[in-house]
Design a protein around this ligand. Structure first.
Ligand code: HEC
Length: 285
């Protein structure tokens, strides 16, 4: 009896908790100051799910978008050129790519700093010498470093989705957010909303009504050689996938290893169970 009562009490607690969370969600949805105003759109990514892999052609296009557009403002300090092997480039191609950049190095034997062409082991040079300079050039907000941006951003999914996410292995919150942010400009703010001067309205921005980054992409801005559509939507998908890759270059290995471990645990579990049956077979129950 006592047991039943405790279970009932527990159940009551769970139900009450669920109702409270649901009520809070509803309240948040109604309040216009809860950011982001729009939730990111869920896209289909090649690297999603337990068997996901990167689409190398897409990553190469994403790199092109980063190089030609985003790198004017955003650094990628933790990423070495040789990491781009994961995009399917050969050693020679990476050497050529690295050599396109000028790296400030030194001091040499005479104690002087000097410039030299990049090597595969160098990291992408930053567009600004320091964060203050980056902020000063961008109306007071420094563009965040992009090395881990795809893993550092993501909108909270709320109850009950975060529970389902465990089973569907949803881990694309970062790229979904970046894609929505990049395609979320050009919208009219709701009547009565005040947009601070020098900022740009974007209902997908996580931390306010608007941000200091002007709309970075427009149709036809970057030339693709593989016939992919040259649209803002495609650029945004490609650069988001690329940012996911630089943030997690070993994603494919991680997923493969995870799958092998699960298979091993299943087989091992079955063997342990059979052994237990064998060992206890002669004991009368
Ligand atoms: C003209 C400079 C400029 C360019 C070009 C630019 N950005 Fe930004 N970006 C910024 C600034 C400034 C911020 C900080 C905005 C703020 O906090 O108000 C920012 C912030 C961001 C953020 C973070 C938003 C957040 O939640 O904090 C993302 C993601 C981003 N940029 C992606 C990109 C991508 C992808 C590209 C290339 C397609 C790009 N940006 C090109 C200046 C730029």
């Amino acid at each position: 009896m006592k047991k039943i009562l405790t279970s009932l009490a527990l159940l009551g607690l769970v139900v009450a908790g669920t109702a409270a969370i649901a009520a809070e969600e509803e309240h948040n949805a109604a309040a216009p100051t809860h950011f982001p105003i729009n939730e990111p759109k869920e896209m289909s990514w090649s690297f999603a799910g337990p068997f996901g892999t990167y689409d190398k052609a897409q990553l190469q296009r994403g790199l092109k978008v980063y190089k030609e557009v985003c790198s004017a403002c955003h650094s990628m300090n933790l990423v070495a050129f040789r990491t781009l092997e994961g995009l399917g480039y050969s050693d020679a191609q990476i050497k050529t790519l690295a050599a396109e950049y000028t790296i400030h190095d030194g001091p040499n034997d005479a104690g002087d700093m000097f410039d030299r062409p990049g090597k595969p082991s160098d990291h992408f040079p930053a567009p600004f010498p320091n964060e203050q300079a980056a902020a000063a050039a961008n109306g007071g907000a420094a563009p965040p470093d992009m090395s881990l941006l795809a893993k550092a951003r993501g909108v909270e999914r709320g109850f009950p989705r975060f529970i389902f996410d465990i089973f569907t292995q949803y881990a694309q919150g970062g790229p979904d957010y970046i894609h929505s942010l990049l395609t979320g400009y050009d919208q009219t703010p709701p009547a009565g909303m005040v947009i601070p001067e020098g900022t740009h309205y974007n209902p997908y921005f996580l931390s306010g009504v608007s941000l200091k980054m002007p709309k970075p992409l427009s149709d036809g801005q970057v030339t693709y050689d593989d016939g992919s559509p040259q649209t803002v939507d495609q650029y945004a998908r490609d650069v988001s996938a690329f940012l996911m890759f630089v943030a997690e270059p070993h994603l494919e290995d991680r997923k493969k290893t995870g799958f092998r471990v699960m298979v091993f645990l299943l087989l091992f579990g079955a063997l342990v169970y059979m052994t237990k049956r064998r060992v206890w077979a002669d004991v009368a129950h």
